[in-house]
Design a binder for this molecule. Structure first.
Ligand code: MG
Length: 160
């Protein structure tokens, strides 16, 4: 049978507030604010999860892991990513690579990319080189001028 390649895109945004840990790609980032969410608010893992799910033609994490379900309260988004991988494996699909952009005015995220890549690679069964990460501000324009949120965009490639 001919091999097929599938791409998917995911987007997410969470509010930054005091009194929460900042978790991105399953790693804790030192900062005086964290992302608000029903889960741990890991905007990067959420965008990546949706990129993988939509490539496979599956529902997004809002449908699969609804924030109305108390079971998912404060859940680590790495657990969500694990379940997403199980779902695509069931469809005989394999993740090839991920590329993601984090959009925020603060904190500076690039110094943490090696660690985040290593962690995501372990979870996703990829080598760190297959995880592309970049960070962008919007020059305090368009999005988030008061540093109140972090957004993430991700794309995935699946092979099946
Ligand atoms: Mg989310």
């Amino acid at each position: 049978m001919k091999e097929k390649l599938l791409t998917g895109i995911g987007f997410d945004v969470h509010r930054l507030i005091k009194g929460r840990k900042l978790i991105l790609g399953g790693m804790e980032i030192p900062y005086h604010k964290g992302l608000l969410g029903h889960s741990d608010g890991d905007v990067l893992s959420h965008a990546i999860s949706d990129a993988i799910l939509t490539a496979a033609g599956l529902n997004d994490i809002g449908v699969l892991f609804p924030d109305t379900n108390p079971e998912y309260k404060n859940i680590s988004s790495i657990i969500i990513l694990n379940q997403v991988l199980k779902l695509i494996t069931k469809k005989h699909l394999k993740l090839v690579n991920i590329s993601a952009v984090l959009i925020c005015e603060a904190p500076k995220l690039n110094p943490y990319f090696p660690e985040i890549k290593k962690n995501l690679a372990r979870v996703l069964g990829l080598t760190p080189e297959k995880i592309g990460l970049s960070a962008k501000t919007t020059e305090t324009l368009i999005f988030n001028p008061r540093k109140e949120a972090i957004a993430a965009l991700a794309i995935s490639l699946l092979r099946g």
